[in-house]
Ligand binder design. Sequence first.
Ligand code: FES
Length: 156
Amino acid sequence: MRLEQSIITRRTFLNTLFSGWFVAFCLGSLYPLLKFIYPSLGREPDFVVLNAKDFLNIPNNSTKPFPWGAKLGLIFKKSDGTLYALKGVCTHMDCNITYKPELKKFYCACHKGWFDEDGKNIEGPPPKPLEFFDITIEDEKLIVAKKGVKVELPKS
Ligand code: FES
């Protein structure tokens, strides 16, 4: 059976296709331009200061998210009660990871990447381990910093 008239004309189809391409091109060009104008755009912080009581009492074998700049950070408490902080972003293409407590592994759903509890890449495409941070507790504050960054908070 052959349709005599299509609902979408050739002109509409081509206009839609061209418009989509044009919008994608503009958005693709805008991001580098904004990055040039605002160099700090998307830059990760050297450290963040969190409220300690919000994170110290999470259950063993669980995670709690915090903002690491524009990315996901995770406070992770192992089953033995040891507390860690890590960037909750896959080392393959920056997708957010999730912790699977029943498997004691971190999982990236984008391309089925797996990391063990210590952040080591064990399966799938991730090329390197997860980034873990240093944590210190000062008064009521939990300071999460990139490895080697020394943080001195002003005394109040
Ligand atoms: S982004 Fe995580 S496996 Fe590809």
